[in-house]
Design a protein around this ligand. Structure first.
Ligand code: ADP
Ligand code: ADP
Ligand code: MG
Length: 452
Protein backbone atom coordinates (compact mmCIF):
# COMPACT_ATOMS: atom_id res chain seq x y z
CA UNK A 1 0.00 0.00 0.00
CA UNK A 2 1.01 3.64 -0.44
CA UNK A 3 2.70 5.63 2.35
CA UNK A 4 1.84 9.17 1.22
CA UNK A 5 -0.92 10.39 -1.09
CA UNK A 6 -1.60 13.91 -2.35
CA UNK A 7 -5.26 14.93 -2.70
CA UNK A 8 -5.63 17.20 -5.74
CA UNK A 9 -9.10 18.53 -5.03
CA UNK A 10 -11.17 20.60 -2.60
CA UNK A 11 -14.52 20.64 -0.82
CA UNK A 12 -16.40 17.59 0.44
CA UNK A 13 -14.59 15.11 -1.79
CA UNK A 14 -11.12 16.20 -0.65
CA UNK A 15 -12.25 15.96 2.99
CA UNK A 16 -13.63 12.44 2.44
CA UNK A 17 -10.48 11.23 0.69
CA UNK A 18 -8.33 12.63 3.52
CA UNK A 19 -10.47 10.69 6.03
CA UNK A 20 -10.19 7.45 4.06
CA UNK A 21 -6.41 7.88 3.81
CA UNK A 22 -6.23 8.20 7.59
CA UNK A 23 -8.35 5.05 8.05
CA UNK A 24 -5.88 3.22 5.83
CA UNK A 25 -2.89 4.66 7.76
CA UNK A 26 -1.67 6.60 4.73
CA UNK A 27 -0.22 10.09 5.19
CA UNK A 28 -2.36 12.72 3.44
CA UNK A 29 -1.07 15.87 1.74
CA UNK A 30 -3.78 18.41 0.94
CA UNK A 31 -3.40 21.31 -1.44
CA UNK A 32 -5.51 24.45 -1.19
CA UNK A 33 -6.09 27.88 -2.67
CA UNK A 34 -5.92 31.12 -0.68
CA UNK A 35 -9.74 31.09 -0.51
CA UNK A 36 -9.78 27.66 1.15
CA UNK A 37 -7.28 28.11 4.01
CA UNK A 38 -9.96 27.30 6.61
CA UNK A 39 -11.57 24.40 4.74
CA UNK A 40 -12.21 20.98 6.34
CA UNK A 41 -9.86 19.15 3.95
CA UNK A 42 -7.04 21.49 4.96
CA UNK A 43 -7.67 21.04 8.68
CA UNK A 44 -8.06 17.27 8.53
CA UNK A 45 -5.04 16.45 6.33
CA UNK A 46 -1.68 15.47 7.84
CA UNK A 47 -0.10 18.30 5.88
CA UNK A 48 -1.61 21.07 3.74
CA UNK A 49 0.15 23.29 1.23
CA UNK A 50 -1.18 26.49 -0.32
CA UNK A 51 -0.62 26.43 -4.07
CA UNK A 52 -2.01 29.76 -5.21
CA UNK A 53 -4.84 32.29 -5.41
CA UNK A 54 -8.54 31.40 -5.59
CA UNK A 55 -9.09 31.06 -9.39
CA UNK A 56 -8.77 27.38 -10.32
CA UNK A 57 -6.34 28.13 -13.16
CA UNK A 58 -3.89 29.42 -10.56
CA UNK A 59 -4.54 26.75 -7.94
CA UNK A 60 -6.46 23.47 -8.34
CA UNK A 61 -5.82 23.31 -12.10
CA UNK A 62 -2.23 24.51 -11.86
CA UNK A 63 -0.53 21.29 -12.90
CA UNK A 64 3.03 22.60 -12.53
CA UNK A 65 2.43 23.67 -8.94
CA UNK A 66 0.71 20.38 -8.03
CA UNK A 67 3.41 18.17 -9.57
CA UNK A 68 6.07 20.28 -7.83
CA UNK A 69 4.44 19.74 -4.44
CA UNK A 70 4.03 16.02 -5.15
CA UNK A 71 7.73 15.66 -5.96
CA UNK A 72 8.86 17.81 -3.03
CA UNK A 73 6.73 15.75 -0.63
CA UNK A 74 7.81 12.43 -2.22
CA UNK A 75 4.21 11.26 -2.56
CA UNK A 76 3.53 7.81 -3.97
CA UNK A 77 0.24 8.72 -5.60
CA UNK A 78 -2.23 11.52 -6.39
CA UNK A 79 -5.98 11.16 -5.88
CA UNK A 80 -7.73 13.63 -8.22
CA UNK A 81 -11.26 13.35 -6.74
CA UNK A 82 -13.93 14.33 -9.30
CA UNK A 83 -14.14 17.36 -11.61
CA UNK A 84 -10.95 19.50 -11.85
CA UNK A 85 -8.05 17.28 -13.03
CA UNK A 86 -9.76 13.91 -12.56
CA UNK A 87 -10.41 13.34 -16.27
CA UNK A 88 -7.41 15.24 -17.58
CA UNK A 89 -5.32 12.78 -19.60
CA UNK A 90 -2.43 15.26 -19.83
CA UNK A 91 -2.22 15.47 -16.06
CA UNK A 92 -2.41 11.69 -15.66
CA UNK A 93 0.45 11.40 -18.15
CA UNK A 94 2.55 13.92 -16.23
CA UNK A 95 2.04 11.86 -13.08
CA UNK A 96 3.02 8.68 -14.94
CA UNK A 97 6.14 10.41 -16.31
CA UNK A 98 7.11 11.65 -12.85
CA UNK A 99 6.76 8.14 -11.41
CA UNK A 100 3.74 9.14 -9.32
CA UNK A 101 0.71 6.85 -9.41
CA UNK A 102 -2.41 8.63 -10.71
CA UNK A 103 -5.36 7.04 -8.90
CA UNK A 104 -7.56 6.15 -11.84
CA UNK A 105 -7.14 4.43 -15.19
CA UNK A 106 -4.18 5.03 -17.53
CA UNK A 107 -3.84 8.30 -19.43
CA UNK A 108 -4.65 6.48 -22.72
CA UNK A 109 -7.97 5.25 -21.35
CA UNK A 110 -8.85 8.70 -19.96
CA UNK A 111 -8.04 10.21 -23.34
CA UNK A 112 -10.13 7.71 -25.26
CA UNK A 113 -13.17 8.02 -22.96
CA UNK A 114 -12.76 11.83 -22.68
CA UNK A 115 -13.66 12.05 -26.34
CA UNK A 116 -17.30 10.99 -26.38
CA UNK A 117 -17.16 10.20 -30.10
CA UNK A 118 -14.37 7.69 -29.53
CA UNK A 119 -16.15 6.35 -26.45
CA UNK A 120 -19.33 5.75 -28.48
CA UNK A 121 -17.41 3.91 -31.17
CA UNK A 122 -15.66 1.76 -28.62
CA UNK A 123 -18.92 0.84 -26.86
CA UNK A 124 -20.56 0.04 -30.18
CA UNK A 125 -17.67 -2.23 -31.18
CA UNK A 126 -18.05 -4.03 -27.86
CA UNK A 127 -21.69 -4.77 -28.71
CA UNK A 128 -23.16 -2.24 -26.29
CA UNK A 129 -26.16 -0.27 -27.64
CA UNK A 130 -25.41 3.43 -28.23
CA UNK A 131 -27.91 6.22 -28.95
CA UNK A 132 -28.62 6.45 -32.71
CA UNK A 133 -26.50 9.32 -33.97
CA UNK A 134 -23.63 10.48 -36.13
CA UNK A 135 -20.79 8.13 -36.95
CA UNK A 136 -17.88 10.25 -35.82
CA UNK A 137 -17.82 14.03 -35.46
CA UNK A 138 -19.83 16.43 -37.62
CA UNK A 139 -17.72 17.57 -40.56
CA UNK A 140 -20.01 20.07 -42.30
CA UNK A 141 -23.50 21.47 -42.03
CA UNK A 142 -24.96 19.56 -45.01
CA UNK A 143 -23.83 16.27 -43.53
CA UNK A 144 -25.32 17.33 -40.17
CA UNK A 145 -28.70 18.03 -41.80
CA UNK A 146 -28.65 14.66 -43.54
CA UNK A 147 -27.84 12.77 -40.32
CA UNK A 148 -30.47 14.66 -38.31
CA UNK A 149 -33.13 13.86 -40.93
CA UNK A 150 -32.11 10.24 -40.88
CA UNK A 151 -32.23 9.79 -37.08
CA UNK A 152 -35.23 12.11 -36.76
CA UNK A 153 -35.84 15.24 -34.68
CA UNK A 154 -35.50 16.13 -31.88
CA UNK A 155 -31.73 15.68 -31.82
CA UNK A 156 -29.05 16.61 -29.32
CA UNK A 157 -25.90 18.37 -30.45
CA UNK A 158 -23.10 17.39 -28.08
CA UNK A 159 -19.53 18.58 -27.65
CA UNK A 160 -17.19 15.59 -27.95
CA UNK A 161 -15.18 16.87 -24.97
CA UNK A 162 -18.19 17.92 -22.89
CA UNK A 163 -18.84 17.20 -19.23
CA UNK A 164 -20.85 18.50 -16.28
CA UNK A 165 -23.84 19.06 -18.59
CA UNK A 166 -21.91 21.70 -20.57
CA UNK A 167 -21.81 21.87 -24.38
CA UNK A 168 -25.16 20.25 -25.19
CA UNK A 169 -28.11 21.65 -27.17
CA UNK A 170 -31.53 20.21 -27.91
CA UNK A 171 -32.71 20.89 -31.46
CA UNK A 172 -36.35 20.35 -32.42
CA UNK A 173 -36.25 21.40 -36.07
CA UNK A 174 -33.80 21.72 -38.94
CA UNK A 175 -33.76 25.54 -39.02
CA UNK A 176 -32.20 25.62 -35.55
CA UNK A 177 -29.46 23.09 -36.25
CA UNK A 178 -26.69 25.36 -37.66
CA UNK A 179 -26.78 27.75 -34.68
CA UNK A 180 -26.82 24.90 -32.17
CA UNK A 181 -23.78 23.34 -33.81
CA UNK A 182 -21.99 26.69 -33.75
CA UNK A 183 -22.73 27.29 -30.08
CA UNK A 184 -21.70 23.76 -29.00
CA UNK A 185 -18.49 24.12 -30.99
CA UNK A 186 -17.74 27.41 -29.20
CA UNK A 187 -18.62 25.98 -25.81
CA UNK A 188 -16.54 22.85 -26.44
CA UNK A 189 -13.58 24.95 -27.53
CA UNK A 190 -13.74 27.42 -24.63
CA UNK A 191 -14.52 24.92 -21.85
CA UNK A 192 -12.68 21.79 -23.00
CA UNK A 193 -10.29 22.91 -25.77
CA UNK A 194 -12.15 20.67 -28.24
CA UNK A 195 -14.46 22.11 -30.92
CA UNK A 196 -15.57 18.71 -32.18
CA UNK A 197 -19.34 18.02 -31.96
CA UNK A 198 -21.60 15.06 -32.77
CA UNK A 199 -25.32 14.30 -32.98
CA UNK A 200 -27.50 11.95 -30.98
CA UNK A 201 -31.17 11.25 -31.21
CA UNK A 202 -32.90 12.88 -28.25
CA UNK A 203 -34.52 10.07 -26.29
CA UNK A 204 -37.89 11.41 -25.08
CA UNK A 205 -38.80 11.20 -21.39
CA UNK A 206 -35.55 9.43 -20.56
CA UNK A 207 -34.12 8.26 -17.30
CA UNK A 208 -30.42 8.52 -16.53
CA UNK A 209 -29.18 5.19 -15.24
CA UNK A 210 -25.53 4.40 -14.64
CA UNK A 211 -23.49 1.45 -13.48
CA UNK A 212 -20.54 1.56 -11.09
CA UNK A 213 -17.64 -0.70 -12.03
CA UNK A 214 -14.34 -1.63 -10.35
CA UNK A 215 -11.45 -3.25 -12.24
CA UNK A 216 -8.07 -4.24 -10.79
CA UNK A 217 -4.77 -4.38 -12.67
CA UNK A 218 -4.96 -8.16 -12.98
CA UNK A 219 -7.95 -8.42 -15.28
CA UNK A 220 -10.65 -8.89 -12.62
CA UNK A 221 -13.67 -6.60 -12.85
CA UNK A 222 -17.04 -6.35 -11.12
CA UNK A 223 -20.08 -4.09 -11.27
CA UNK A 224 -21.70 -2.66 -8.15
CA UNK A 225 -25.21 -2.35 -9.58
CA UNK A 226 -26.91 0.73 -10.95
CA UNK A 227 -27.73 4.22 -9.76
CA UNK A 228 -30.75 6.20 -10.84
CA UNK A 229 -29.73 9.84 -11.50
CA UNK A 230 -32.79 11.06 -13.35
CA UNK A 231 -33.58 14.03 -11.08
CA UNK A 232 -31.44 16.67 -12.77
CA UNK A 233 -31.26 20.35 -13.54
CA UNK A 234 -29.33 21.68 -16.55
CA UNK A 235 -28.29 18.07 -17.33
CA UNK A 236 -26.68 17.87 -13.87
CA UNK A 237 -27.71 15.41 -11.20
CA UNK A 238 -29.29 16.70 -7.99
CA UNK A 239 -30.82 13.61 -6.33
CA UNK A 240 -29.46 10.11 -6.96
CA UNK A 241 -30.46 6.73 -5.66
CA UNK A 242 -29.49 3.09 -5.64
CA UNK A 243 -30.96 0.79 -6.72
CA UNK A 244 -33.07 2.34 -9.50
CA UNK A 245 -36.79 2.04 -8.67
CA UNK A 246 -37.53 1.58 -12.39
CA UNK A 247 -34.91 -1.10 -13.03
CA UNK A 248 -36.14 -2.99 -9.96
CA UNK A 249 -39.58 -3.40 -11.57
CA UNK A 250 -38.34 -4.84 -14.89
CA UNK A 251 -37.50 -8.49 -15.31
CA UNK A 252 -33.91 -9.12 -16.34
CA UNK A 253 -33.13 -5.44 -16.92
CA UNK A 254 -30.55 -5.15 -14.12
CA UNK A 255 -28.53 -8.05 -15.46
CA UNK A 256 -28.65 -6.75 -19.03
CA UNK A 257 -27.62 -3.26 -17.97
CA UNK A 258 -24.81 -4.32 -15.66
CA UNK A 259 -23.34 -6.78 -18.13
CA UNK A 260 -23.41 -4.11 -20.87
CA UNK A 261 -21.45 -1.81 -18.53
CA UNK A 262 -18.87 -4.51 -17.82
CA UNK A 263 -18.50 -5.18 -21.55
CA UNK A 264 -17.95 -1.49 -22.34
CA UNK A 265 -15.33 -1.14 -19.58
CA UNK A 266 -13.62 -4.42 -20.38
CA UNK A 267 -13.31 -3.53 -24.07
CA UNK A 268 -11.07 -0.55 -23.32
CA UNK A 269 -8.94 -2.26 -20.69
CA UNK A 270 -10.46 -0.24 -17.89
CA UNK A 271 -8.70 -0.05 -14.50
CA UNK A 272 -9.91 1.34 -11.15
CA UNK A 273 -13.34 2.78 -10.34
CA UNK A 274 -15.45 4.04 -13.22
CA UNK A 275 -19.04 4.69 -14.23
CA UNK A 276 -20.79 3.72 -17.42
CA UNK A 277 -23.72 6.05 -18.13
CA UNK A 278 -26.87 5.17 -20.06
CA UNK A 279 -30.08 6.93 -21.04
CA UNK A 280 -33.10 4.71 -20.74
CA UNK A 281 -36.33 5.10 -22.71
CA UNK A 282 -39.69 4.53 -20.94
CA UNK A 283 -39.78 1.12 -22.68
CA UNK A 284 -36.68 0.04 -20.74
CA UNK A 285 -34.42 0.17 -23.79
CA UNK A 286 -31.09 1.62 -22.79
CA UNK A 287 -28.25 3.29 -24.67
CA UNK A 288 -24.65 4.03 -23.69
CA UNK A 289 -23.93 7.78 -23.51
CA UNK A 290 -20.49 8.03 -21.91
CA UNK A 291 -18.05 6.61 -19.41
CA UNK A 292 -16.74 8.69 -16.52
CA UNK A 293 -13.20 7.57 -15.74
CA UNK A 294 -13.24 8.65 -12.11
CA UNK A 295 -15.04 8.51 -8.81
CA UNK A 296 -18.53 9.96 -9.13
CA UNK A 297 -20.17 12.56 -6.88
CA UNK A 298 -22.98 10.10 -6.12
CA UNK A 299 -20.77 7.12 -5.17
CA UNK A 300 -22.05 7.12 -1.52
CA UNK A 301 -25.39 5.54 -2.52
CA UNK A 302 -23.50 2.60 -3.99
CA UNK A 303 -21.31 2.34 -0.89
CA UNK A 304 -24.46 2.31 1.24
CA UNK A 305 -26.24 -0.54 -0.57
CA UNK A 306 -23.15 -2.71 -1.13
CA UNK A 307 -21.08 -2.00 1.99
CA UNK A 308 -18.04 -1.51 -0.27
CA UNK A 309 -15.79 1.50 0.43
CA UNK A 310 -15.02 2.66 -3.11
CA UNK A 311 -12.19 5.03 -2.19
CA UNK A 312 -10.36 2.36 -0.20
CA UNK A 313 -10.64 0.08 -3.23
CA UNK A 314 -9.38 2.82 -5.52
CA UNK A 315 -6.27 3.06 -3.34
CA UNK A 316 -5.77 -0.70 -3.15
CA UNK A 317 -6.20 -1.19 -6.88
CA UNK A 318 -3.89 1.69 -7.75
CA UNK A 319 -1.20 0.21 -5.49
CA UNK A 320 -1.48 -3.09 -7.37
CA UNK A 321 -3.62 -5.15 -5.01
CA UNK A 322 -5.99 -7.75 -6.37
CA UNK A 323 -9.72 -7.07 -6.19
CA UNK A 324 -10.82 -9.70 -3.68
CA UNK A 325 -14.57 -9.16 -4.12
CA UNK A 326 -16.33 -11.74 -6.29
CA UNK A 327 -19.39 -10.63 -8.23
CA UNK A 328 -21.73 -13.10 -6.54
CA UNK A 329 -20.71 -11.89 -3.06
CA UNK A 330 -22.42 -8.57 -3.76
CA UNK A 331 -26.07 -8.20 -2.84
CA UNK A 332 -28.21 -5.06 -2.83
CA UNK A 333 -28.90 -4.17 0.79
CA UNK A 334 -31.95 -1.92 1.12
CA UNK A 335 -32.08 1.42 -0.67
CA UNK A 336 -30.15 4.69 -0.49
CA UNK A 337 -30.76 8.23 -1.70
CA UNK A 338 -28.32 11.15 -1.95
CA UNK A 339 -29.24 14.83 -2.15
CA UNK A 340 -26.78 17.46 -3.29
CA UNK A 341 -27.00 20.62 -1.19
CA UNK A 342 -26.17 23.66 -3.28
CA UNK A 343 -25.78 27.34 -2.47
CA UNK A 344 -28.41 28.24 -5.05
CA UNK A 345 -31.97 29.46 -5.47
CA UNK A 346 -34.23 26.83 -7.06
CA UNK A 347 -37.03 29.40 -7.57
CA UNK A 348 -34.70 31.50 -9.76
CA UNK A 349 -33.68 28.80 -12.21
CA UNK A 350 -31.19 27.39 -9.68
CA UNK A 351 -29.13 30.58 -9.71
CA UNK A 352 -25.89 30.12 -7.70
CA UNK A 353 -25.98 32.14 -4.46
CA UNK A 354 -22.50 32.41 -2.96
CA UNK A 355 -22.32 33.97 0.49
CA UNK A 356 -21.47 33.59 4.13
CA UNK A 357 -22.75 30.72 6.26
CA UNK A 358 -23.87 31.29 9.85
CA UNK A 359 -24.32 28.12 11.86
CA UNK A 360 -23.84 24.93 9.85
CA UNK A 361 -24.93 21.86 11.70
CA UNK A 362 -25.66 18.58 9.92
CA UNK A 363 -28.18 16.18 11.49
CA UNK A 364 -26.89 13.20 13.42
CA UNK A 365 -29.23 10.31 12.68
CA UNK A 366 -28.86 6.57 12.19
CA UNK A 367 -28.57 5.72 8.51
CA UNK A 368 -27.69 9.29 7.53
CA UNK A 369 -24.28 10.25 6.18
CA UNK A 370 -23.26 13.83 5.47
CA UNK A 371 -20.22 14.58 3.32
CA UNK A 372 -19.55 18.25 3.73
CA UNK A 373 -17.03 20.76 2.41
CA UNK A 374 -17.91 23.65 4.70
CA UNK A 375 -18.29 24.51 8.40
CA UNK A 376 -20.02 27.21 10.46
CA UNK A 377 -18.74 30.66 9.54
CA UNK A 378 -17.39 29.61 6.14
CA UNK A 379 -17.85 31.62 2.95
CA UNK A 380 -19.03 30.04 -0.30
CA UNK A 381 -17.24 31.92 -3.10
CA UNK A 382 -18.12 32.25 -6.78
CA UNK A 383 -14.83 30.62 -7.77
CA UNK A 384 -15.98 27.03 -7.35
CA UNK A 385 -18.93 24.73 -7.85
CA UNK A 386 -21.72 25.81 -5.44
CA UNK A 387 -22.24 22.31 -4.01
CA UNK A 388 -21.60 22.54 -0.26
CA UNK A 389 -22.56 19.09 1.03
CA UNK A 390 -24.21 15.78 0.20
CA UNK A 391 -26.69 14.02 2.42
CA UNK A 392 -27.14 10.27 1.97
CA UNK A 393 -29.84 8.23 3.70
CA UNK A 394 -29.81 4.43 3.75
CA UNK A 395 -32.67 2.25 4.94
CA UNK A 396 -34.40 -1.12 4.42
CA UNK A 397 -36.69 0.13 1.70
CA UNK A 398 -36.83 2.97 -0.79
CA UNK A 399 -39.85 4.44 0.96
CA UNK A 400 -38.14 4.66 4.35
CA UNK A 401 -34.88 5.91 2.81
CA UNK A 402 -36.72 8.81 1.11
CA UNK A 403 -38.55 9.62 4.35
CA UNK A 404 -35.32 9.48 6.37
CA UNK A 405 -33.57 11.81 3.92
CA UNK A 406 -36.48 14.27 4.05
CA UNK A 407 -36.48 14.29 7.87
CA UNK A 408 -32.70 14.70 7.94
CA UNK A 409 -33.00 17.71 5.61
CA UNK A 410 -35.61 19.24 7.97
CA UNK A 411 -33.12 18.99 10.81
CA UNK A 412 -30.13 20.25 8.83
CA UNK A 413 -29.32 23.72 10.15
CA UNK A 414 -27.75 26.07 7.60
CA UNK A 415 -28.05 29.72 8.62
CA UNK A 416 -27.80 32.80 6.41
CA UNK A 417 -26.82 31.10 3.16
CA UNK A 418 -29.51 30.60 0.47
CA UNK A 419 -29.65 26.89 -0.37
CA UNK A 420 -31.86 24.30 -2.04
CA UNK A 421 -32.43 22.46 1.30
CA UNK A 422 -36.18 23.10 1.59
CA UNK A 423 -36.67 22.44 -2.13
CA UNK A 424 -34.95 19.04 -1.82
CA UNK A 425 -37.24 18.08 1.07
CA UNK A 426 -40.34 18.92 -0.99
CA UNK A 427 -39.04 16.91 -3.94
CA UNK A 428 -38.39 13.86 -1.74
CA UNK A 429 -41.96 14.05 -0.41
CA UNK A 430 -43.62 14.54 -3.81
CA UNK A 431 -45.97 11.70 -4.80
CA UNK A 432 -44.35 11.32 -8.25
CA UNK A 433 -40.93 10.89 -6.65
CA UNK A 434 -42.37 8.50 -4.07
CA UNK A 435 -43.80 6.44 -6.94
CA UNK A 436 -40.53 6.62 -8.88
CA UNK A 437 -42.35 8.20 -11.80
CA UNK A 438 -40.19 10.92 -13.31
CA UNK A 439 -37.88 11.69 -16.22
CA UNK A 440 -34.82 13.94 -16.62
CA UNK A 441 -36.95 17.06 -17.13
CA UNK A 442 -39.22 16.47 -14.10
CA UNK A 443 -37.15 18.46 -11.60
CA UNK A 444 -36.97 21.58 -13.77
CA UNK A 445 -40.70 21.44 -14.46
CA UNK A 446 -41.37 21.10 -10.75
CA UNK A 447 -39.10 24.04 -9.89
CA UNK A 448 -40.90 26.22 -12.46
CA UNK A 449 -44.22 25.43 -10.79
CA UNK A 450 -45.48 23.48 -13.79
CA UNK A 451 -46.39 20.47 -11.64
CA UNK A 452 -48.52 20.27 -8.52
P1 ADP B 1 -21.04 13.26 -11.64
O1 ADP B 1 -20.76 13.11 -13.09
O2 ADP B 1 -19.98 12.77 -10.73
O3 ADP B 1 -22.37 12.74 -11.27
P2 ADP B 1 -21.18 16.05 -12.20
O4 ADP B 1 -21.46 15.75 -13.64
O5 ADP B 1 -22.07 17.00 -11.50
O6 ADP B 1 -21.16 14.76 -11.31
O7 ADP B 1 -19.67 16.51 -12.10
C1 ADP B 1 -18.93 16.48 -10.93
C2 ADP B 1 -18.20 17.75 -10.71
O8 ADP B 1 -17.26 17.98 -11.68
C3 ADP B 1 -19.07 18.96 -10.68
O9 ADP B 1 -18.48 19.85 -9.76
C4 ADP B 1 -18.98 19.49 -12.10
O10 ADP B 1 -19.18 20.88 -12.12
C5 ADP B 1 -17.58 19.11 -12.44
N1 ADP B 1 -17.34 18.66 -13.79
C6 ADP B 1 -17.75 17.51 -14.35
N2 ADP B 1 -17.25 17.35 -15.56
C7 ADP B 1 -16.49 18.45 -15.80
C8 ADP B 1 -15.68 18.87 -16.86
N3 ADP B 1 -15.51 18.12 -17.95
N4 ADP B 1 -15.05 20.06 -16.75
C9 ADP B 1 -15.19 20.80 -15.66
N5 ADP B 1 -15.92 20.43 -14.58
C10 ADP B 1 -16.56 19.29 -14.67
P1 ADP C 1 -22.03 15.03 -19.46
O1 ADP C 1 -20.72 14.56 -19.96
O2 ADP C 1 -22.17 16.51 -19.48
O3 ADP C 1 -22.40 14.37 -18.18
P2 ADP C 1 -23.89 13.21 -20.77
O4 ADP C 1 -23.68 12.73 -22.16
O5 ADP C 1 -23.58 12.27 -19.68
O6 ADP C 1 -23.08 14.56 -20.58
O7 ADP C 1 -25.39 13.72 -20.63
C1 ADP C 1 -25.83 14.46 -19.51
C2 ADP C 1 -27.35 14.33 -19.39
O8 ADP C 1 -28.00 14.79 -20.57
C3 ADP C 1 -27.85 12.92 -19.21
O9 ADP C 1 -27.82 12.54 -17.86
C4 ADP C 1 -29.26 13.01 -19.74
O10 ADP C 1 -30.12 13.61 -18.79
C5 ADP C 1 -29.12 13.98 -20.89
N1 ADP C 1 -28.88 13.28 -22.17
C6 ADP C 1 -27.69 12.98 -22.71
N2 ADP C 1 -27.82 12.35 -23.89
C7 ADP C 1 -29.16 12.23 -24.10
C8 ADP C 1 -29.96 11.70 -25.18
N3 ADP C 1 -29.41 11.16 -26.27
N4 ADP C 1 -31.30 11.78 -25.04
C9 ADP C 1 -31.87 12.34 -23.97
N5 ADP C 1 -31.18 12.87 -22.95
C10 ADP C 1 -29.84 12.83 -23.01
MG1 MG D 1 -22.56 12.34 -17.90
Amino acid sequence: MFETVLVANRGEIAARIVDVLRQNEIKSIAIYSEADAESPHVKRADKAICIGPAPVGQSYLNQDAIIQVAIAESVDAIHPGYGLLSENAGFARRCEDAGIRFIGPTSEVIEAMGDKVIARESAERAGVPVVPGSKGPITDIDAAHAIAEQIGYPVLVKAAGGGGGIGMALVKRASKLPRAIESCRDRGESSFGNASVYLEKYIESPRHIEVQVLFDQHGHGIHLFERECTLQRRHQKVIEEAPSPFVSTQNGLRDALCSAALKAAHAIGYRNAGTVEFVMAPSGEFYFIEMNTRLQVEHPVTEAITGVDLITWQLKIASGEKLSIAQDELKIQGAAVECRLYAEEPEKMFLPRPGEIGEFSPPEMDGVRVDSGVESGATVTQYYDPMIAKLTAHSDSRETALELAARALDQFKIEKLTTNRVFLGKVLRHPAVREGEFDTKWLERYAKGQLD
